[in-house]
Design a protein around this ligand. Structure first.
Ligand SMILES: C[S@@+](CC[C@H](N)C(=O)[O-])C[C@H]1O[C@@H](n2cnc3c(N)ncnc32)[C@H](O)[C@@H]1O
Length: 268
């Protein structure tokens, strides 16, 4: 990786995966055993079941990683899905998975979401799952994403909330919100929350534990082969494990399905 400025695409890609920038080049190897890079695809697809998605619907999956969600949407709903990701090797993996799944309604390209998001208008749905604040805080992210939609279009995104009062929690939760505030923020631009899916379930817990084990095995292999990366790659695996252990804590992972009003045009 050459460009190490903090807001370079490479840094943002690494950050979205909670990795140090110097791990950018080995991310494909580190995550080689995972198809899904943030949340279980089935949970997102079950959430999308609450939307009206007709065959041929036009859907954008921003930060599609290796394409698991895009391919899942294509298969379950017969939609046309465009997947965009900033890591070319993840995009290569997505193209290959779509080919193997014979999923011809999915296409993928390498691009920076921060620019690519302005290329789309009139879509039926935009997915923005596991990406973080790369286009701003929740309100800025919603404002940007909803411009891609037709009236009555859908947004799918993750936003965690606190299950305990802030006054009982440490400073690390200072910037988090309770569920009621999160709902109000999600609906602050006139959109309606249609459905919510929690990520702190026994099935998700199992998913994260298995993913953590696979990452740890890869991290050890990379550390053995590249001693100069050993500490940083093993710390990455440790962080993944700590995150998995923290499931069930006061921060509840949640996915949301929002619908824009059908009687107004997206804001100019
Ligand atoms: C945690 S992963 C989630 C991947 C996928 N949505 C999933 O749920 O499996 C975050 C993804 O966002 C991509 N990403 C982060 N910042 C990006 C940017 N500015 N432009 C394009 N892709 C980006 C990363 O390459 C990575 O694949």
């Amino acid at each position: 990786m050459d460009d190490k400025t903090e807001d370079s695409l490479e840094c943002l890609v690494a950050e979205s995966l909670d990795a140090e920038a110097e791990l950018y080049d080995c991310l494909p190897e580190l995550l080689a055993d995972l198809d899904e890079l943030s949340v279980p695809t089935e949970v997102v697809l079950d959430l999308i079941d609450h939307a009206e998605v007709a065959p041929g619907a036009q859907i954008l999956d921003l930060g599609c990683g290796k394409g698991a969600l895009a391919i899942g949407i294509g298969s379950r709903f017969g939609a046309n899905v465009w997947g965009i990701d900033g890591h070319p090797k993840f995009v290569d993996a997505a193209v290959e998975s779509a080919r193997i799944a014979a999923q011809e309604t999915c296409s993928f390209r390498t691009a920076d979401i921060r620019q690519a998001v302005f290329d789309y208008r009139g879509l039926d749905m935009v997915c923005f799952v596991g990406i973080g604040p790369i286009i701003g805080d929740l309100e800025q992210t919603l404002a940007t994403l909803r411009r891609c939609l037709r009236p009555g279009g859908y947004l799918v995104l993750d936003e965690a909330y606190l299950s305990a009062p802030k006054s009982e929690l440490g400073p690390e939760y200072e910037h988090c919100f309770d569920r009621e505030t999160t709902l109000a923020r999600l609906e602050s631009q006139g959109d309606r929350v249609c459905a919510e899916a929690l990520l702190d379930t026994p099935a998700s817990d199992q998913f994260y534990r298995e993913a953590t084990e696979k990452i740890l095995a890869r991290a050890r292999a990379i550390a053995a082969e590249h001693p100069e990366l050993a500490s940083v790659v093993l710390e990455f695996a440790d962080r993944q494990r700590a995150e998995t252990e923290s499931l069930g804590g006061p921060l509840v992972g949640a996915l949301w399905l929002l619908r824009t009003p059908s009687d107004t045009n997206p804001r100019p």
